[in-house]
Design a protein around this ligand. Structure first.
Ligand code: ZN
Length: 204
């Protein structure tokens, strides 16, 4: 499909085609939609794209996306500070929040351990997680990795290392679709997985 249109149209198709989940056909459909769309609609899209790069950053504490120094959850005094739920990506927070079951705080790793893809523990926000334990406020860490090989490797690594840091480590109960992505799990499944979480280290 490469290079069948001239200049700007092809450039737009190429850029759209690089987005996750957008194949060549969808890229072409979106490009032609935009070509025929109102000037104002296209302008709104351009502004939304620029704003996300200019304003949005990562929370200084947990790594969630935010427009401020601290994210909405870290700056909310009603959230329980003794529990941290560790997730791979900020979008996983949205999935867990949808369940309305969890009142603790979060920590975003920024990915998962993937030896084949060249991602090791040092590439993730694991040191930042250990640093958060120094205050002594945290009593439980809930590992909420994606139910796939990389998630499994990450949870195993973390549970081994967190086991002797004086916190209870637990993992979401099974029931999440294996090989899937936490963000696609529905709220009932996530609620059950949270409620039935299994402790993997004893209380110290
Ligand atoms: Zn935060």
């Amino acid at each position: 499909m490469a290079g069948i249109y001239d200049g700007a149209v092809q450039a737009l198709i190429d850029e759209l085609g690089r987005l996750p989940g957008v194949g060549p056909k969808s890229a072409q459909r979106i490009a032609f939609y935009l070509l025929e769309a109102d000037e104002a609609e296209v302008q709104a899209l351009v502004e939304a794209l620029q704003a996300v790069k200019e304003k949005v950053r990562f929370c200084a504490v947990c790594g969630n996306v935010t427009e401020d120094e601290l994210c909405r959850i870290c700056s909310d005094p009603r959230r329980v500070g003794s529990v941290i739920c560790v997730v791979e990506e900020a979008k996983d927070i949205v999935a867990i929040e949808r369940s309305r079951e969890y009142r603790g705080r979060y920590h975003v790793l920024g990915g998962a351990i993937d030896p084949i893809g060249g991602v090791g523990p040092q590439d993730l926000r694991i040191r930042e997680l250990y640093a958060r334990l120094a205050s002594g406020e945290v009593e439980e860490i809930i590992l909420a990795m994606d139910p796939n090989i990389e998630g499994e490797a990450t949870a195993t690594y973390l549970s081994l290392n967190l086991g002797n840091m004086g916190v209870t480590v637990s993992r979401l109960a099974s029931g999440l679709p294996v090989g899937g992505d936490l963000e696609y799990a529905d709220e009932v499944t996530i609620s059950r997985a949270l409620a039935g979480r299994q402790r993997i280290t004893p209380i110290q």
